[in-house]
Design a protein around this ligand. Structure first.
Ligand code: AMP
Length: 602
Protein backbone atom coordinates (compact mmCIF):
# COMPACT_ATOMS: atom_id res chain seq x y z
CA UNK A 1 0.00 0.00 0.00
CA UNK A 2 1.21 3.54 -0.81
CA UNK A 3 0.21 6.33 1.57
CA UNK A 4 -0.15 10.04 0.87
CA UNK A 5 1.16 12.14 3.77
CA UNK A 6 0.05 15.76 3.96
CA UNK A 7 1.61 18.32 6.26
CA UNK A 8 -0.07 21.70 5.86
CA UNK A 9 1.82 24.30 7.91
CA UNK A 10 1.10 27.98 8.31
CA UNK A 11 3.06 28.99 5.21
CA UNK A 12 4.10 25.72 3.59
CA UNK A 13 2.62 22.42 2.43
CA UNK A 14 4.65 19.22 2.34
CA UNK A 15 3.28 16.19 0.53
CA UNK A 16 4.83 12.74 0.17
CA UNK A 17 3.55 9.53 -1.38
CA UNK A 18 5.50 6.79 0.31
CA UNK A 19 5.66 3.13 1.22
CA UNK A 20 4.67 3.07 4.91
CA UNK A 21 6.95 0.13 5.69
CA UNK A 22 10.20 1.15 3.98
CA UNK A 23 9.56 4.90 3.77
CA UNK A 24 10.60 4.87 0.09
CA UNK A 25 9.17 7.91 -1.73
CA UNK A 26 7.16 7.42 -4.92
CA UNK A 27 6.77 11.22 -5.20
CA UNK A 28 7.08 14.32 -3.08
CA UNK A 29 6.26 17.99 -3.45
CA UNK A 30 6.62 21.21 -1.48
CA UNK A 31 4.65 24.44 -1.63
CA UNK A 32 6.42 27.42 -0.03
CA UNK A 33 5.29 30.91 1.01
CA UNK A 34 1.56 30.03 0.91
CA UNK A 35 -0.65 33.10 1.11
CA UNK A 36 1.99 35.46 -0.29
CA UNK A 37 2.59 36.92 -3.75
CA UNK A 38 5.64 34.66 -4.22
CA UNK A 39 3.98 31.33 -3.41
CA UNK A 40 5.59 28.52 -5.45
CA UNK A 41 5.41 24.75 -5.89
CA UNK A 42 8.22 22.28 -6.50
CA UNK A 43 7.46 18.66 -7.38
CA UNK A 44 10.35 16.30 -6.61
CA UNK A 45 13.67 17.89 -7.55
CA UNK A 46 12.03 19.79 -10.42
CA UNK A 47 12.12 23.55 -10.93
CA UNK A 48 9.99 25.88 -8.80
CA UNK A 49 6.77 27.03 -10.44
CA UNK A 50 4.96 30.19 -9.40
CA UNK A 51 1.55 29.93 -7.74
CA UNK A 52 1.29 33.67 -7.14
CA UNK A 53 -0.97 34.53 -4.23
CA UNK A 54 -2.20 30.96 -3.74
CA UNK A 55 -4.03 30.15 -0.51
CA UNK A 56 -3.90 26.72 1.11
CA UNK A 57 -7.06 25.75 -0.80
CA UNK A 58 -5.90 26.90 -4.24
CA UNK A 59 -2.40 25.48 -3.72
CA UNK A 60 -3.87 22.10 -2.76
CA UNK A 61 -6.07 22.15 -5.87
CA UNK A 62 -2.86 22.26 -7.93
CA UNK A 63 -0.78 20.01 -5.71
CA UNK A 64 -3.07 17.01 -5.16
CA UNK A 65 -3.71 16.00 -8.81
CA UNK A 66 0.02 16.24 -9.49
CA UNK A 67 0.84 14.10 -6.45
CA UNK A 68 -1.70 11.41 -7.35
CA UNK A 69 -1.27 11.20 -11.13
CA UNK A 70 -0.59 7.57 -12.08
CA UNK A 71 -0.28 6.42 -8.43
CA UNK A 72 -2.67 4.35 -6.30
CA UNK A 73 -2.95 5.54 -2.75
CA UNK A 74 -4.53 3.31 -0.05
CA UNK A 75 -4.63 5.80 2.82
CA UNK A 76 -3.92 9.42 3.61
CA UNK A 77 -2.07 10.52 6.74
CA UNK A 78 -2.67 14.10 7.86
CA UNK A 79 -0.45 15.89 10.31
CA UNK A 80 -2.71 17.63 12.83
CA UNK A 81 -0.81 19.87 15.23
CA UNK A 82 -3.16 20.01 18.20
CA UNK A 83 -5.19 17.04 19.37
CA UNK A 84 -6.16 18.65 22.69
CA UNK A 85 -7.17 16.35 25.53
CA UNK A 86 -9.44 14.34 23.29
CA UNK A 87 -7.09 12.86 20.68
CA UNK A 88 -4.21 10.89 22.09
CA UNK A 89 -3.76 8.39 19.26
CA UNK A 90 -3.95 8.42 15.44
CA UNK A 91 -7.61 8.61 14.53
CA UNK A 92 -9.62 7.87 11.42
CA UNK A 93 -11.35 10.99 10.18
CA UNK A 94 -15.07 11.35 9.51
CA UNK A 95 -17.40 14.37 9.38
CA UNK A 96 -18.06 14.34 13.13
CA UNK A 97 -14.32 14.28 13.88
CA UNK A 98 -13.69 17.15 11.50
CA UNK A 99 -16.06 19.36 13.47
CA UNK A 100 -14.23 18.39 16.67
CA UNK A 101 -10.91 19.42 15.08
CA UNK A 102 -12.47 22.74 14.19
CA UNK A 103 -13.38 23.27 17.80
CA UNK A 104 -9.74 22.60 18.72
CA UNK A 105 -8.48 25.27 16.34
CA UNK A 106 -8.63 27.80 19.15
CA UNK A 107 -5.75 25.93 20.82
CA UNK A 108 -3.52 26.07 17.74
CA UNK A 109 -4.73 28.97 15.61
CA UNK A 110 -1.51 29.06 13.58
CA UNK A 111 -1.69 25.44 12.52
CA UNK A 112 -4.96 23.54 12.93
CA UNK A 113 -7.02 25.61 10.43
CA UNK A 114 -4.46 24.81 7.69
CA UNK A 115 -4.39 21.14 8.69
CA UNK A 116 -8.19 21.13 8.32
CA UNK A 117 -8.01 22.77 4.87
CA UNK A 118 -5.68 19.93 3.83
CA UNK A 119 -8.05 17.30 5.20
CA UNK A 120 -11.05 18.77 3.36
CA UNK A 121 -9.24 19.01 0.03
CA UNK A 122 -7.74 15.53 0.29
CA UNK A 123 -11.06 13.91 1.28
CA UNK A 124 -12.68 15.50 -1.77
CA UNK A 125 -9.85 14.26 -4.03
CA UNK A 126 -9.70 10.77 -2.48
CA UNK A 127 -13.18 9.98 -1.09
CA UNK A 128 -12.76 6.19 -1.11
CA UNK A 129 -9.75 5.76 1.16
CA UNK A 130 -9.12 6.03 4.90
CA UNK A 131 -7.99 9.48 6.05
CA UNK A 132 -6.13 9.38 9.35
CA UNK A 133 -5.21 12.29 11.61
CA UNK A 134 -1.82 11.93 13.29
CA UNK A 135 -1.38 14.43 16.12
CA UNK A 136 1.78 16.29 17.15
CA UNK A 137 0.51 16.22 20.72
CA UNK A 138 -0.35 12.50 20.92
CA UNK A 139 3.10 11.13 21.83
CA UNK A 140 3.12 13.44 24.84
CA UNK A 141 -0.25 12.20 26.14
CA UNK A 142 1.79 10.14 28.61
CA UNK A 143 3.19 13.22 30.39
CA UNK A 144 2.59 12.73 34.11
CA UNK A 145 0.41 15.28 35.87
CA UNK A 146 3.38 16.95 37.50
CA UNK A 147 4.87 17.64 34.07
CA UNK A 148 1.74 18.77 32.30
CA UNK A 149 0.41 21.07 35.03
CA UNK A 150 1.20 24.80 35.20
CA UNK A 151 1.12 26.27 38.68
CA UNK A 152 -1.77 28.66 38.06
CA UNK A 153 -5.19 28.47 39.73
CA UNK A 154 -6.68 25.08 38.93
CA UNK A 155 -10.08 26.47 37.99
CA UNK A 156 -8.54 28.91 35.51
CA UNK A 157 -6.46 26.15 33.92
CA UNK A 158 -9.50 23.89 33.67
CA UNK A 159 -11.74 26.59 32.20
CA UNK A 160 -9.30 27.40 29.39
CA UNK A 161 -7.67 24.00 28.84
CA UNK A 162 -4.32 25.40 29.98
CA UNK A 163 -1.76 22.63 30.40
CA UNK A 164 1.36 21.33 28.72
CA UNK A 165 0.52 19.35 25.60
CA UNK A 166 3.88 19.16 23.82
CA UNK A 167 4.48 19.02 20.06
CA UNK A 168 6.76 17.43 17.42
CA UNK A 169 5.47 14.08 18.73
CA UNK A 170 6.00 12.03 15.55
CA UNK A 171 9.62 13.25 15.35
CA UNK A 172 10.49 12.65 19.02
CA UNK A 173 9.00 9.18 18.88
CA UNK A 174 10.61 8.36 15.55
CA UNK A 175 14.14 9.36 16.53
CA UNK A 176 13.84 7.66 19.95
CA UNK A 177 12.89 4.43 18.17
CA UNK A 178 15.72 4.80 15.65
CA UNK A 179 18.22 5.53 18.45
CA UNK A 180 17.18 2.35 20.28
CA UNK A 181 17.48 0.40 17.03
CA UNK A 182 20.97 1.82 16.42
CA UNK A 183 22.01 0.99 19.99
CA UNK A 184 20.63 -2.54 19.62
CA UNK A 185 18.51 -2.06 22.74
CA UNK A 186 14.84 -2.23 23.61
CA UNK A 187 13.36 1.28 23.73
CA UNK A 188 11.48 0.18 26.86
CA UNK A 189 14.82 -0.11 28.66
CA UNK A 190 16.20 3.31 27.67
CA UNK A 191 16.07 6.89 28.90
CA UNK A 192 16.61 9.22 25.96
CA UNK A 193 16.70 13.01 25.66
CA UNK A 194 15.56 13.84 22.12
CA UNK A 195 16.38 17.30 20.76
CA UNK A 196 14.41 18.26 17.67
CA UNK A 197 16.22 21.37 16.45
CA UNK A 198 14.66 22.71 13.30
CA UNK A 199 13.05 26.04 12.63
CA UNK A 200 10.72 24.98 15.43
CA UNK A 201 12.64 23.30 18.24
CA UNK A 202 11.74 21.17 21.22
CA UNK A 203 13.33 18.66 23.57
CA UNK A 204 11.67 15.64 25.15
CA UNK A 205 12.50 13.20 27.93
CA UNK A 206 11.59 9.76 26.57
CA UNK A 207 11.68 7.38 29.51
CA UNK A 208 11.28 3.70 28.66
CA UNK A 209 9.46 4.59 25.43
CA UNK A 210 7.08 7.13 26.94
CA UNK A 211 7.34 10.91 26.78
CA UNK A 212 7.54 12.15 30.39
CA UNK A 213 8.62 15.77 29.77
CA UNK A 214 8.83 18.09 26.81
CA UNK A 215 9.78 21.70 26.33
CA UNK A 216 6.86 22.98 24.25
CA UNK A 217 3.78 23.66 26.30
CA UNK A 218 0.17 24.57 25.68
CA UNK A 219 1.40 26.13 22.44
CA UNK A 220 4.58 25.54 20.41
CA UNK A 221 6.05 28.78 21.77
CA UNK A 222 7.52 27.56 25.07
CA UNK A 223 10.93 26.04 25.61
CA UNK A 224 14.00 26.19 23.41
CA UNK A 225 15.16 29.15 21.36
CA UNK A 226 13.79 28.62 17.83
CA UNK A 227 14.21 30.13 14.38
CA UNK A 228 11.75 32.94 15.01
CA UNK A 229 10.12 31.94 18.33
CA UNK A 230 11.39 33.13 21.70
CA UNK A 231 10.89 29.94 23.69
CA UNK A 232 10.95 30.43 27.47
CA UNK A 233 10.29 33.91 28.74
CA UNK A 234 9.32 35.33 32.12
CA UNK A 235 5.49 35.52 31.84
CA UNK A 236 5.84 38.86 33.63
CA UNK A 237 7.46 40.24 30.46
CA UNK A 238 4.32 39.52 28.46
CA UNK A 239 2.13 41.13 31.12
CA UNK A 240 4.40 44.16 31.30
CA UNK A 241 4.48 44.64 27.52
CA UNK A 242 0.69 44.36 27.43
CA UNK A 243 0.48 46.94 30.20
CA UNK A 244 2.65 49.24 28.14
CA UNK A 245 0.09 49.09 25.37
CA UNK A 246 1.31 46.39 23.00
CA UNK A 247 -1.81 44.57 21.83
CA UNK A 248 -2.12 40.74 21.89
CA UNK A 249 -1.86 40.36 18.10
CA UNK A 250 1.40 42.34 17.98
CA UNK A 251 2.81 40.45 20.96
CA UNK A 252 1.84 37.17 19.34
CA UNK A 253 3.58 38.17 16.12
CA UNK A 254 6.70 39.41 17.89
CA UNK A 255 7.13 36.27 19.98
CA UNK A 256 6.29 33.84 17.16
CA UNK A 257 7.85 35.49 14.12
CA UNK A 258 10.39 38.13 15.17
CA UNK A 259 12.14 36.50 18.11
CA UNK A 260 14.47 33.51 18.59
CA UNK A 261 17.56 33.29 16.37
CA UNK A 262 16.10 35.92 14.02
CA UNK A 263 15.37 38.39 16.80
CA UNK A 264 18.78 37.99 18.43
CA UNK A 265 20.95 37.84 15.30
CA UNK A 266 19.20 40.45 13.19
CA UNK A 267 20.08 38.45 10.05
CA UNK A 268 17.13 36.04 9.86
CA UNK A 269 16.36 32.58 11.18
CA UNK A 270 18.78 30.43 9.19
CA UNK A 271 21.57 29.18 11.43
CA UNK A 272 23.87 28.75 8.41
CA UNK A 273 23.87 32.53 7.83
CA UNK A 274 24.19 33.22 11.55
CA UNK A 275 27.18 30.89 11.91
CA UNK A 276 28.87 32.48 8.89
CA UNK A 277 28.40 35.99 10.28
CA UNK A 278 29.52 34.93 13.77
CA UNK A 279 32.72 33.55 12.25
CA UNK A 280 33.34 37.01 10.79
CA UNK A 281 33.02 38.52 14.26
CA UNK A 282 29.38 39.66 14.32
CA UNK A 283 28.57 39.92 18.03
CA UNK A 284 24.78 39.72 17.70
CA UNK A 285 25.14 36.46 15.79
CA UNK A 286 27.54 35.07 18.36
CA UNK A 287 25.06 35.91 21.10
CA UNK A 288 22.22 34.18 19.20
CA UNK A 289 24.31 31.01 18.98
CA UNK A 290 25.37 30.91 22.62
CA UNK A 291 21.89 31.68 23.94
CA UNK A 292 20.50 28.85 21.78
CA UNK A 293 23.15 26.39 23.01
CA UNK A 294 22.86 27.46 26.65
CA UNK A 295 19.08 27.01 26.69
CA UNK A 296 19.36 23.56 25.16
CA UNK A 297 22.10 22.44 27.56
CA UNK A 298 19.88 23.54 30.44
CA UNK A 299 17.05 21.36 29.16
CA UNK A 300 19.27 18.32 28.61
CA UNK A 301 20.53 18.55 32.19
CA UNK A 302 17.01 19.01 33.50
CA UNK A 303 15.67 16.04 31.58
CA UNK A 304 18.51 13.81 32.76
CA UNK A 305 17.47 14.83 36.30
CA UNK A 306 13.81 14.07 35.53
CA UNK A 307 14.67 10.55 34.33
CA UNK A 308 17.41 9.86 36.90
CA UNK A 309 19.99 9.74 34.08
CA UNK A 310 20.12 9.40 30.32
CA UNK A 311 21.36 6.58 28.13
CA UNK A 312 21.43 8.75 25.02
CA UNK A 313 21.03 12.32 23.84
CA UNK A 314 19.72 12.52 20.28
CA UNK A 315 20.12 15.51 17.96
CA UNK A 316 17.74 15.85 15.03
CA UNK A 317 16.01 18.44 12.81
CA UNK A 318 17.81 20.76 10.37
CA UNK A 319 20.13 22.17 13.02
CA UNK A 320 20.60 18.98 15.03
CA UNK A 321 21.38 16.94 11.92
CA UNK A 322 23.63 19.48 10.21
CA UNK A 323 25.32 21.90 12.56
CA UNK A 324 28.44 20.26 14.01
CA UNK A 325 29.26 23.61 15.59
CA UNK A 326 26.00 23.78 17.54
CA UNK A 327 26.29 20.14 18.63
CA UNK A 328 29.82 20.87 19.81
CA UNK A 329 28.70 23.85 21.88
CA UNK A 330 25.85 21.92 23.45
CA UNK A 331 27.73 18.69 24.11
CA UNK A 332 31.11 19.99 25.23
CA UNK A 333 29.83 20.51 28.76
CA UNK A 334 27.83 17.33 29.18
CA UNK A 335 30.75 15.34 30.63
CA UNK A 336 29.06 15.39 34.04
CA UNK A 337 26.40 13.13 32.50
CA UNK A 338 29.01 10.70 31.21
CA UNK A 339 28.66 12.02 27.65
CA UNK A 340 31.97 12.76 25.93
CA UNK A 341 31.85 14.26 22.47
CA UNK A 342 34.29 12.82 19.92
CA UNK A 343 35.23 15.91 17.91
CA UNK A 344 36.28 13.97 14.78
CA UNK A 345 33.08 11.95 14.75
CA UNK A 346 31.05 15.11 15.30
CA UNK A 347 32.67 16.90 12.36
CA UNK A 348 32.31 13.85 10.11
CA UNK A 349 28.69 13.01 11.05
CA UNK A 350 26.35 12.97 8.04
CA UNK A 351 22.87 11.51 8.20
CA UNK A 352 20.35 10.80 5.45
CA UNK A 353 17.22 8.71 4.94
CA UNK A 354 19.52 5.83 3.97
CA UNK A 355 22.15 6.23 6.70
CA UNK A 356 19.94 7.60 9.43
CA UNK A 357 22.16 7.52 12.52
CA UNK A 358 25.69 8.63 13.40
CA UNK A 359 27.29 8.33 16.81
CA UNK A 360 29.30 11.38 17.89
CA UNK A 361 30.32 10.32 21.40
CA UNK A 362 33.63 8.75 22.37
CA UNK A 363 33.45 5.01 23.11
CA UNK A 364 32.56 3.69 26.57
CA UNK A 365 30.66 6.76 27.81
CA UNK A 366 27.63 6.27 30.10
CA UNK A 367 25.51 8.47 27.85
CA UNK A 368 25.77 8.15 24.08
CA UNK A 369 25.45 11.16 21.79
CA UNK A 370 23.67 10.41 18.53
CA UNK A 371 22.65 12.31 15.42
CA UNK A 372 19.47 10.81 13.96
CA UNK A 373 17.73 11.81 10.75
CA UNK A 374 14.09 12.47 11.49
CA UNK A 375 11.41 11.43 9.02
CA UNK A 376 8.08 12.79 10.17
CA UNK A 377 6.33 11.92 6.91
CA UNK A 378 7.33 8.26 7.27
CA UNK A 379 6.21 8.28 10.91
CA UNK A 380 2.81 9.74 9.93
CA UNK A 381 2.48 7.41 6.92
CA UNK A 382 3.22 4.37 9.08
CA UNK A 383 0.49 5.34 11.58
CA UNK A 384 -2.01 6.07 8.80
CA UNK A 385 -1.42 2.68 7.17
CA UNK A 386 -1.81 0.88 10.50
CA UNK A 387 -5.13 2.55 11.26
CA UNK A 388 -6.37 1.95 7.71
CA UNK A 389 -5.48 -1.75 7.98
CA UNK A 390 -7.20 -2.04 11.35
CA UNK A 391 -10.37 -0.34 10.22
CA UNK A 392 -12.12 -3.60 9.52
CA UNK A 393 -11.14 -5.42 12.70
CA UNK A 394 -13.09 -7.09 15.45
CA UNK A 395 -16.55 -8.40 14.83
CA UNK A 396 -19.13 -8.78 17.59
CA UNK A 397 -18.99 -7.50 21.11
CA UNK A 398 -16.75 -9.55 23.37
CA UNK A 399 -16.97 -8.95 27.10
CA UNK A 400 -14.14 -8.82 29.63
CA UNK A 401 -14.65 -9.57 33.33
CA UNK A 402 -13.39 -6.66 35.44
CA UNK A 403 -12.18 -6.98 39.04
CA UNK A 404 -10.75 -4.67 41.66
CA UNK A 405 -7.23 -5.45 42.78
CA UNK A 406 -6.91 -3.94 46.27
CA UNK A 407 -3.56 -2.70 47.60
CA UNK A 408 -1.22 -5.65 48.07
CA UNK A 409 2.37 -6.80 48.38
CA UNK A 410 4.48 -9.39 46.54
CA UNK A 411 7.55 -10.53 48.46
CA UNK A 412 10.90 -12.01 47.49
CA UNK A 413 12.72 -14.54 49.66
CA UNK A 414 14.96 -11.98 51.36
CA UNK A 415 11.99 -9.84 52.37
CA UNK A 416 10.02 -12.86 53.68
CA UNK A 417 13.01 -13.87 55.82
CA UNK A 418 13.43 -10.34 57.19
CA UNK A 419 9.73 -9.72 57.89
CA UNK A 420 8.53 -13.16 59.06
CA UNK A 421 11.73 -14.97 60.08
CA UNK A 422 14.25 -17.16 58.23
CA UNK A 423 12.79 -19.79 55.85
CA UNK A 424 9.20 -18.73 56.63
CA UNK A 425 6.61 -19.98 54.12
CA UNK A 426 3.51 -17.96 53.16
CA UNK A 427 0.17 -19.57 54.09
CA UNK A 428 -2.30 -19.70 51.17
CA UNK A 429 -5.72 -18.34 52.20
CA UNK A 430 -7.75 -18.18 48.98
CA UNK A 431 -6.95 -18.62 45.29
CA UNK A 432 -6.92 -15.58 42.96
CA UNK A 433 -8.33 -15.48 39.45
CA UNK A 434 -4.92 -15.89 37.81
CA UNK A 435 -3.91 -19.56 37.93
CA UNK A 436 -1.36 -20.37 40.69
CA UNK A 437 -1.75 -17.01 42.49
CA UNK A 438 -3.24 -16.77 45.98
CA UNK A 439 -4.02 -14.31 48.76
CA UNK A 440 -2.01 -15.40 51.79
CA UNK A 441 -2.91 -15.18 55.48
CA UNK A 442 0.03 -12.82 55.99
CA UNK A 443 -0.40 -9.08 56.28
CA UNK A 444 2.04 -6.21 56.71
CA UNK A 445 2.01 -2.55 57.66
CA UNK A 446 3.12 0.01 55.05
CA UNK A 447 4.97 2.96 56.59
CA UNK A 448 5.47 6.19 54.66
CA UNK A 449 6.82 9.60 55.68
CA UNK A 450 3.30 10.86 56.43
CA UNK A 451 1.34 7.88 57.66
CA UNK A 452 0.84 4.13 57.89
CA UNK A 453 -1.53 1.58 56.38
CA UNK A 454 -1.91 -1.62 58.43
CA UNK A 455 -3.11 -5.07 57.34
CA UNK A 456 -1.98 -4.96 53.73
CA UNK A 457 -2.40 -8.40 52.19
CA UNK A 458 0.60 -10.36 50.91
CA UNK A 459 -0.04 -12.27 47.69
CA UNK A 460 1.73 -15.51 46.89
CA UNK A 461 3.62 -17.28 45.63
CA UNK A 462 6.99 -15.72 46.43
CA UNK A 463 8.37 -13.50 43.64
CA UNK A 464 11.85 -12.72 42.31
CA UNK A 465 11.50 -9.11 43.47
CA UNK A 466 9.44 -7.42 46.17
CA UNK A 467 6.71 -5.14 44.80
CA UNK A 468 4.15 -3.02 46.63
CA UNK A 469 1.02 -1.94 44.72
CA UNK A 470 -1.09 0.89 46.13
CA UNK A 471 -3.82 3.21 44.87
CA UNK A 472 -3.59 6.99 44.49
CA UNK A 473 -5.58 7.57 47.68
CA UNK A 474 -3.03 5.47 49.58
CA UNK A 475 -0.25 7.74 48.32
CA UNK A 476 -1.77 10.70 50.13
CA UNK A 477 -2.17 8.72 53.32
CA UNK A 478 1.44 7.50 53.19
CA UNK A 479 2.93 10.71 51.80
CA UNK A 480 4.58 8.97 48.85
CA UNK A 481 4.55 9.31 45.08
CA UNK A 482 4.12 5.99 43.26
CA UNK A 483 4.55 5.95 39.49
CA UNK A 484 1.93 4.19 37.36
CA UNK A 485 3.68 1.06 36.13
CA UNK A 486 3.02 -2.42 34.82
CA UNK A 487 3.77 -5.23 37.25
CA UNK A 488 7.50 -6.04 37.37
CA UNK A 489 8.49 -2.74 35.75
CA UNK A 490 10.30 -1.44 38.80
CA UNK A 491 13.33 0.47 37.49
CA UNK A 492 13.62 3.94 39.08
CA UNK A 493 10.58 3.42 41.33
CA UNK A 494 10.59 4.72 44.91
CA UNK A 495 10.80 2.51 47.97
CA UNK A 496 8.68 2.18 51.15
CA UNK A 497 9.06 0.74 54.64
CA UNK A 498 7.35 -2.59 55.49
CA UNK A 499 6.71 -3.75 59.06
CA UNK A 500 6.17 -7.47 59.68
CA UNK A 501 5.81 -9.53 62.85
CA UNK A 502 9.54 -10.34 62.97
CA UNK A 503 11.14 -7.23 61.51
CA UNK A 504 11.03 -4.10 59.43
CA UNK A 505 12.63 -3.43 56.02
CA UNK A 506 12.95 -0.31 53.91
CA UNK A 507 12.91 -1.01 50.19
CA UNK A 508 14.93 1.28 47.96
CA UNK A 509 12.51 0.61 45.07
CA UNK A 510 9.41 -1.41 44.25
CA UNK A 511 6.48 0.90 45.08
CA UNK A 512 4.03 1.35 42.21
CA UNK A 513 0.49 2.33 41.41
CA UNK A 514 -0.47 -0.58 39.17
CA UNK A 515 -1.27 0.31 35.62
CA UNK A 516 -4.74 -0.94 34.73
CA UNK A 517 -4.40 -4.01 32.57
CA UNK A 518 -6.15 -6.98 31.03
CA UNK A 519 -4.78 -10.49 31.43
CA UNK A 520 -5.60 -12.70 28.47
CA UNK A 521 -4.50 -15.86 26.71
CA UNK A 522 -3.16 -15.83 23.13
CA UNK A 523 -6.55 -17.22 22.01
CA UNK A 524 -8.34 -14.30 23.72
CA UNK A 525 -5.93 -11.86 22.09
CA UNK A 526 -6.80 -13.30 18.70
CA UNK A 527 -10.53 -12.96 19.36
CA UNK A 528 -10.13 -9.35 20.47
CA UNK A 529 -7.71 -8.52 17.66
CA UNK A 530 -5.04 -7.23 20.05
CA UNK A 531 -1.46 -8.11 20.89
CA UNK A 532 0.68 -8.20 24.02
CA UNK A 533 1.69 -4.62 24.88
CA UNK A 534 -1.24 -2.95 23.08
CA UNK A 535 -2.96 -0.15 24.95
CA UNK A 536 -6.73 -0.11 24.59
CA UNK A 537 -9.84 1.56 25.96
CA UNK A 538 -12.41 -0.41 27.91
CA UNK A 539 -15.95 0.80 28.55
CA UNK A 540 -17.73 -0.27 31.73
CA UNK A 541 -21.49 -0.30 31.96
CA UNK A 542 -22.35 0.02 35.67
CA UNK A 543 -25.25 1.27 37.78
CA UNK A 544 -25.27 5.00 37.15
CA UNK A 545 -21.45 5.37 36.92
CA UNK A 546 -20.56 4.23 33.38
CA UNK A 547 -16.92 4.91 32.66
CA UNK A 548 -14.44 4.43 29.83
CA UNK A 549 -10.94 3.54 30.97
CA UNK A 550 -8.13 4.59 28.64
CA UNK A 551 -4.50 3.46 28.84
CA UNK A 552 -5.40 -0.15 29.58
CA UNK A 553 -2.41 -2.38 28.96
CA UNK A 554 -2.97 -5.77 27.30
CA UNK A 555 -0.89 -8.59 28.81
CA UNK A 556 -0.94 -11.89 26.96
CA UNK A 557 0.31 -15.21 28.32
CA UNK A 558 -0.89 -18.82 28.01
CA UNK A 559 -0.83 -18.87 31.84
CA UNK A 560 -3.40 -16.09 32.25
CA UNK A 561 -7.17 -16.11 32.57
CA UNK A 562 -9.22 -13.36 30.91
CA UNK A 563 -9.74 -10.55 33.43
CA UNK A 564 -9.17 -6.81 33.65
CA UNK A 565 -7.71 -5.40 36.87
CA UNK A 566 -8.26 -1.91 38.20
CA UNK A 567 -7.37 -0.57 41.64
CA UNK A 568 -9.81 0.49 44.36
CA UNK A 569 -9.87 4.14 43.29
CA UNK A 570 -10.63 3.21 39.71
CA UNK A 571 -13.20 0.62 40.74
CA UNK A 572 -14.98 3.09 43.02
CA UNK A 573 -14.96 5.76 40.33
CA UNK A 574 -16.88 3.37 38.09
CA UNK A 575 -19.15 2.05 40.86
CA UNK A 576 -17.80 -1.40 40.10
CA UNK A 577 -19.64 -4.35 41.65
CA UNK A 578 -19.20 -8.11 41.55
CA UNK A 579 -19.47 -9.70 38.13
CA UNK A 580 -18.75 -6.45 36.30
CA UNK A 581 -17.81 -6.65 32.65
CA UNK A 582 -16.28 -4.25 30.15
CA UNK A 583 -16.05 -4.09 26.39
CA UNK A 584 -13.27 -2.81 24.18
CA UNK A 585 -14.22 0.63 22.90
CA UNK A 586 -15.11 0.95 19.28
CA UNK A 587 -15.64 4.20 17.46
CA UNK A 588 -16.97 5.34 14.11
CA UNK A 589 -20.65 4.40 14.43
CA UNK A 590 -21.44 1.03 13.00
CA UNK A 591 -17.89 0.21 11.98
CA UNK A 592 -16.18 -1.79 14.67
CA UNK A 593 -12.88 0.04 14.91
CA UNK A 594 -10.42 -0.81 17.63
CA UNK A 595 -8.36 2.16 18.72
CA UNK A 596 -4.93 0.78 19.33
CA UNK A 597 -2.10 2.95 20.46
CA UNK A 598 1.58 2.36 19.72
CA UNK A 599 2.70 -1.12 20.59
CA UNK A 600 5.84 0.00 22.41
CA UNK A 601 3.67 2.00 24.80
CA UNK A 602 3.79 -1.10 27.02
P1 AMP B 1 14.00 22.19 9.72
O1 AMP B 1 12.91 23.05 10.24
O2 AMP B 1 14.18 20.92 10.50
O3 AMP B 1 13.94 21.95 8.24
O4 AMP B 1 15.37 23.00 9.99
C1 AMP B 1 15.64 24.19 9.27
C2 AMP B 1 16.80 24.90 9.88
O5 AMP B 1 17.95 24.06 10.00
C3 AMP B 1 17.30 26.05 9.00
O6 AMP B 1 16.55 27.20 9.23
C4 AMP B 1 18.70 26.20 9.46
O7 AMP B 1 18.72 27.09 10.55
C5 AMP B 1 19.12 24.84 9.96
N1 AMP B 1 20.15 24.20 9.11
C6 AMP B 1 19.97 23.44 8.01
N2 AMP B 1 21.17 23.05 7.52
C7 AMP B 1 22.14 23.58 8.32
C8 AMP B 1 23.58 23.56 8.34
N3 AMP B 1 24.27 22.88 7.43
N4 AMP B 1 24.20 24.24 9.32
C9 AMP B 1 23.51 24.93 10.25
N5 AMP B 1 22.16 24.99 10.28
C10 AMP B 1 21.48 24.33 9.34
Amino acid sequence: MQVLVLNCGSSSIKADVLDPDSGARARYARVERVGTATCAIRVGDGAEQALDGATHETALAVLLPRMLEGLTVGAVGHRVVHGGERFTAPTRIDDALLSEFEALSALAPLHNPHNIAGIRAARAALPGVAHVAVFDTAFHATLPRRARTYAIPTALAAEHGIRRYGFHGPSHRWVAERAAEFMGEDLRQLRIVTCHLGNGASAAAVEYGRSVETSMGMTPLEGLVMGTRSGDLDPGVVVELARRGIDPATLDHTLNYESGLAGLSGVGNDLRDIEARAAEGDDACRLAIIVFAHRLRKYIGAYAAVMGGADAVVFTGGIGENSAEMRHRVAQRLEFLGARLDEDRNRAARVSLEKWCAEISAPHGRTRLLVVKTDEAHAIGRDAARIAREADVVEGVLRIPVAISARHIHLDRRSIDALFGANYELTPRSPLSQPGQYASEERLTLIGPKGEIPDVRVLGPERAETQVEIARTDEFKLGVDAPVRGSGDLASTPGITLQGPKGRITLDHGLICARRHIHMTPADAKRFGVEHGDVVEVALDTEGRDLVFGDVLVRVSPHYKLEMHVDTDEGNAAGLGRGAEGVLVHTEGAVRLLRRKVAFDA
